[in-house]
Design a protein around this ligand. Structure first.
Ligand code: NAD
Length: 497
């Protein structure tokens, strides 16, 4: 069995207490690895190492170095994908086909943000008078990245690539459920030339390591992805320290099927939205809003589609759905399935343990489809984070908008239609940071990702995210050949602002 240390100052080290915790494969409950369990002292060590590296290495001041190193990291990462895909699938239980598709795109983030760092121009504000004014973007210093378990390397990469490209030093706290690949990514970064101390990883529990890191006074920015309640605690601590905060939090995404939509395409899209990653995505299509004219047909076809999804061993390439991450999550999902029935919704399909004996050891739940759901029910409002979705009926565009916007979350939605006018009209009325039209889940390093309402604050991806990892130094130059003396004893009018 593998034992994995903390990664501090370019080295694998045990934690201060010498303790380890186990990472389990949710498909089998077998131990994947034992990982060093950090605490406050380890966080302090990592933050000090990061601060020293930020001040003493060339990283913060040499953009060309960062450009070269991040492109090298992208290349090394591409070569290391098979091992990382396998490990990530073992830790998360997500089917190997999903992990391969997801991880194969990660190098693009390092390439994209390396290019942004290399090409982004600073401003020359039109200051007026005999002044030249220019701005310089400089890195923030030491930043903290806290990640969840559902897409361990993707979410880390969405934060790490811009943070490093902008010249910061980083301390990462991965989820206690899935910390293994984060450690290996740090080793690959070192191999690519990231100086020791610029990237550190402290594994451990949220209430200990996460809390110590995100409330550390030397942290200039906290970037977290996690549940909404976690985000509130972290943002409050960051607020006290006056550090920047970016928080990608919970979701309750609607899939809006318009009356003209191609039924088959909408059904396939809804299944993709609702059941990929066993529904454990922040943008999971957990509310499918279907026009009354096609509601019955949609449900029949949607159930038929769900029946065909192959639940099984994540290692097999034909597996569509794997287990959910943990016993805690498994129990939470089953309790929501019960709550839905108690609220009067109809469990039209799934929501049970699978029949196959070989899956009995893992946390498997068959895809669950609720019908007869109203928008005020808890299953329609609260994030379940599992393979459970609610199909709801609407009769007019006004009702559709009211249901779609009728949650406290505002991360993402998708619209399914062939009517270009309605698609854009509707997109501009939805309270969500991301709106897909005839698609769901798509992502690109150039394309902003962030939630409205209780789904978070700040952005991942895009040039804006890079800028958020910098601060601006504004340089104002007086180029006048006249010497300036405000107190020259005259009462001449002068510009002083
Ligand atoms: P979580 O909130 O339990 O944990 C997220 C991370 O925060 C973990 O590393 C955890 O250890 C740490 N943490 C927990 N308590 C902390 C504290 N008090 N201080 C500092 N750190 C703390 O979330 P999870 O169960 O790992 O992930 C699922 C959640 O993440 C869902 O709500 C999901 O919607 C959300 N998510 C959002 C996005 C997005 O882009 N908006 C993407 C993926 C997941």
């Amino acid at each position: 069995m593998k034992r994995i240390g903390l990664f501090i100052n370019g080295q694998s080290v045990p934690s201060e207490t010498g303790k380890y915790f186990q990472v389990l494969n949710p498909a089998t409950k077998e131990v994947v690895a034992e990982v060093a369990e950090g605490n406050e002292d380890d966080v302090n060590k990592a933050v000090s190492a990061a601060a020293a590296a930020f001040n003493q290495t060339e990283w913060a001041v040499n953009k060309d170095l960062r450009y070269r190193v991040l492109n090298r990291l992208a290349a090394i990462l591409r070569e290391s994908l098979p091992e990382l895909v396998e490990l990530e699938s073992m830790m998360t239980g997500r089917p190997i086909r999903e992990m391969k598709a997801q991880l194969s795109r990660l190098p693009e983030w390092y390439e994209y943000f390396a290019s942004v760092a290399k090409t982004l121009e600073d401003a020359v504000p039109p200051f007026g008078g005999e002044f030249v004014n220019y701005t310089n973007r400089i890195p923030l210093g030491v930043v903290a990245l806290v990640t969840p378990w559902n897409h361990p390397l993707l979410i880390l990469t969405k934060k790490l690539a811009p943070a490093l490209a902008a010249g910061n030093a980083v301390v990462v706290k991965p989820s206690e459920n899935t910390p293994v690949t984060t450690y290996f990514l740090a080793e690959l970064a070192q191999e690519a030339g990231v100086p020791a101390g610029i990237l550190n990883v402290v594994q451990g529990y949220g209430a200990v390591v996460g809390k110590a890191l995100t409330s550390h006074p030397s942290i200039e920015k906290v970037d977290i992805t996690g549940g909404t309640e976690t985000g509130r605690h972290v943002a409050a601590a960051a607020g006290y320290n006056l550090s920047k905060v970016s928080a990608e939090l919970g979701g309750k995404a609607s899939v809006l099927v318009l009356p003209d939509a191609n039924l088959e395409e909408a059904v396939n899209g809804s299944a993709f939205a609702a059941f990929i990653a066993a529904g454990q995505t922040c943008v999971q299509g957990s509310r499918i809003l279907v026009h009354e004219s096609m509601y019955e047909d949609f449900i029949d076809k949607f159930i038929a589609k769900a029946k065909k999804l192959l639940m099984g061993d994540p290692k097999k390439f034909d597996t569509d759905i794997g287990p959910v991450i943990s016993e805690k999550q498994y129990k939470q999902i089953l309790s929501y399935i019960q709550i839905g029935q108690e609220e009067g919704a109809v469990l039209a399909f799934g929501g049970t343990a699978p029949e196959q004996d070989e899956l009995a050891n893992g946390y498997f739940i068959t895809p669950a489809i609720f019908t007869q759901v109203t928008n005020s029910m808890r299953i329609a409002q609260e994030e379940i984070f599992g393979p459970v979705t609610c199909v709801m009926k609407y009769s007019s565009m006004e009702e559709l908008i009211s249901i779609a916007n009728g949650t406290e979350m505002g991360l993402a939605m998708s619209i399914w239609t062939n009517n270009v006018r309605d698609a854009h009209w509707l997109a501009n009325r939805l309270e969500a940071g991301i709106v897909w039209i005839n698609d769901h889940h798509r992502i690109d390093p150039s394309s902003p990702w962030g939630g409205f309402k209780n789904s978070g604050i700040g952005l991942e991806n895009s040039i804006q995210c890079y800028k958020d990892y910098t601060k601006t130094r504004n340089v104002i130059v007086n180029i006048s050949r006249q010497h300036f003396d405000w107190f020259d004893g005259t009462t001449q009018e002068k510009r002083y602002s």
